[in-house]
Design a protein. Structure first.
Ligand SMILES: NC(=O)c1ccc[n+]([C@@H]2O[C@H](COP(=O)([O-])OP(=O)(O)OC[C@H]3O[C@@H](n4cnc5c(N)ncnc54)[C@H](O)[C@@H]3O)[C@@H](O)[C@H]2O)c1
Ligand SMILES: O=C(O)[C@H](O)COP(=O)(O)O
Length: 530
């Protein structure tokens, strides 16, 4: 069998390929070469990117086999997460891989602005020896305003504390107590702008934060303000910054990120009082190795059909080892449920009973939904788009947990209401040391049968000799019955039989059985392996 294709679309650490291992056909493409990218995506199961490759709707649609987009870094501005989710493609990133490197670069920019290191270096290399021109300032006892006290903002605060600076922060989502623990005082944005000698920005780019620093903000700042942005281009309005720097409204700026990258013919590069770096925040050996290894692991998990802790568009969470075996069982029960339903479903209860109900079992809900849709929609179904498919069909989905299970240690049930008012249910469990997957209930009938590939479910009126009648039909068609369970509520009443057969029923067999036993229900339910 051909190995799945993993496409590397940007330069990544060699550790990435090593961590992917030998199980993939690893190919490379320049992600900024659009036609080449679209062509290469056609066969890719996974694509690994940084910030330069645009994985928009068109690119995602070109990836007909695509199961995972892995961003070796933090920012996902270049990935259309909504389009990926709709297409059932998992998006993963490496959220902590480069935070130390980005924080250190921000501190480097702050020191560059305080001590003119880049300018002095350039001047000396031009044969000059200018000491008074490059007289700087200390960070000691200066007020440094940190905008965004998240992962990177926190690391910056911790590092700057060592300089004896007075740290203030603006972050509406951080509590004053948390900030206090870091030795940082929380203030309003206006207070931060008015009081700061340095400002360093560490927030995501959102409609709310785009242009957060513009002419009005620079008007409130000290003329000695030095501002650093190592987060995302556009949070500082570039035109307003040019104006503020060229008129000396503020003293200096350090930028690692730009509205357009690379920023072609930006007037900012003509200014003396600005230090520019080409989006280098994550460009260290350590960050690249961490990011590459992290996404390689995520790709392996994703292509193995596992949930991935760093997936951004899957609500699975960390899976407990005792919950894990329930995932494939639940997917199969989902397929059985759809086979039984045979009509539009309006509500689904996913019920988890027994010891595991006390753990985080959200993943079992995803597994059930994935199973339910696997054989009923034409698109490929994954943990990513299964909840969306339910939502699009107006199906009300509930996860019900109960730590008490009367008969089985753990019991997983999918119970659904159909739009015609009827109810369908199927329950399963895992038994013995081998953890055999069994169906133990169908539509209220108790059965106990190992799950197989092909099942026949029959409902008919209980009467003597009926097993011989349908047994004869299967025998004459050359179909081996591997397992059988008969369940009934009362002698002579309605009975339900489940058979497992070794190969699919040939054309005509089910009709023959139906008329031979006068079955009310006769269905073949096949399980598709994930
Ligand atoms: N230059 C680089 O190479 C590089 C590397 C890594 C990350 N980044 C960027 O750095 C930024 C910060 O990354 P992080 O990992 O610390 O993110 P994070 O999510 O951990 O922290 C962001 C913080 O910003 C706060 N925030 C959100 N909206 C805000 C607003 N309107 N005003 C003030 N605070 C607000 C949040 O509460 C949060 O605490 C992101 O934009 C990220 O893409 C850049
Ligand atoms: O979001 C990130 O991780 C950083 O901005 C780094 O981007 P890069 O991987 O393109 O350097």
């Amino acid at each position: 069998m051909a190995k799945p294709v993993v496409l590397i679309a940007e330069e990544l650490s060699p550790a990435t390929v090593e961590a992917l291992g030998p199980d993939f056909d690893i190919r490379s493409v320049d992600g900024t070469d659009r036609p080449a990218l679209l062509a290469a995506l056609a066969e890719a199961s996974a694509v690994l990117i940084r910030s330069a490759t645009k994985m928009d709707e068109e690119a995602i649609a070109a990836g007909k086999q695509l199961k995972v987009i892995a961003r070796a870094g933090v920012g996902l501005d270049n990935v259309d997460i909504k389009a990926a989710t709709t297409a059932g493609v998992m998006v993963v990133n490496a959220p902590t891989s480069n935070v130390i490197s980005a924080a250190e670069l921000a501190v480097g920019h702050i020191l560059s602005l305080a001590r003119f290191i880049p300018e002095a270096n350039q001047s000396m290399k031009a044969g000059e020896w200018k000491r008074s021109k490059y007289t700087g300032i200390e960070l000691f006892e200066k007020t440094i305003g940190i905008v965004g006290l998240g992962r990177i903002g926190t690391l910056v605060a911790q590092r700057l504390a060592g300089f004896g600076a007075n740290l203030i922060a603006y972050d509406p989502y951080v509590t004053p107590t948390r900030a206090q623990q870091l030795g940082v005082q929380v203030v309003s944005l206006d207070e931060l702008i008015e009081q700061s000698d340095f400002i360093t920005i560490h927030i995501p780019k959102t409609p709310e934060t785009t242009g957060l620093f513009g002419a009005a903000e620079f008007a409130k700042a000290k003329p000695t303000l030095r501002i650093v942005n190592c987060s995302r281009g556009g949070i500082i309005d570039e035109e307003a910054l040019f104006e503020a720097l060229s008129t000396k409204r503020i003293a200096a700026a350090g930028l690692d990120v730009f509205v357009n990258e690379p920023p072609k013919d930006s007037p900012l590069s003509t200014l003396e009082n600005i230090v520019l770096t080409p989006h280098l925040g994550a460009s260290t050996d350590e960050a690249q190795e961490k990011a590459g290894v992290s996404v390689a692991k995520s790709v392996r998990l994703a292509l193995d059909g596992e949930l991935v802790p760093d997936a951004v568009n899957v609500a699975g969470g960390v899976i407990d080892e005792t919950v894990r075996p329930g995932i494939p069982l639940m997917e199969k029960l989902g397929q059985v449920f759809s086979g039984l339903a045979q009509g539009p479903v309006s509500s689904v209860d996913i019920e988890i009973r027994g010891e595991i109900a006390e753990l985080d079992v959200k993943v079992l809900k995803l597994a059930a939904l994935k199973g339910i849709f696997t054989n009923v929609v034409s698109e490929s179904v994954s943990y990513v788009n299964a909840p969306l498919l339910a939502e699009q069909r107006g199906i009300e989905v509930r996860l019900v947990t109960d730590a008490v299970s009367d008969e089985y240690r753990n019991l997983l049930t999918i119970r659904g209401g159909l739009t015609d008012g009827t109810q369908v249910s199927v329950s399963g469990t895992l038994t013995g040391t081998k953890q055999v997957e069994k169906i133990v209930e169908i539509n209220g009938y108790d059965v106990e049968l190992p799950i197989a590939k092909h099942h026949i479910v029959m409902v008919y009126t209980d009467r003597p000799g009926i097993v011989a009648v349908f047994g004869k039909e299967f025998g004459e068609a050359g179909i081996n019955i591997a397992g059988m369970q008969i369940s009934r509520r009362a002698a002579g009443g309605q009975a339900l039989s489940v058979l497992t057969i070794d190969s699919p029923a040939p054309d005509g067999l089910l009709e023959a059985v139906r008329s031979a036993i006068d079955a009310e229900v006769l269905q073949e339910i096949d399980i598709t392996e994930a």
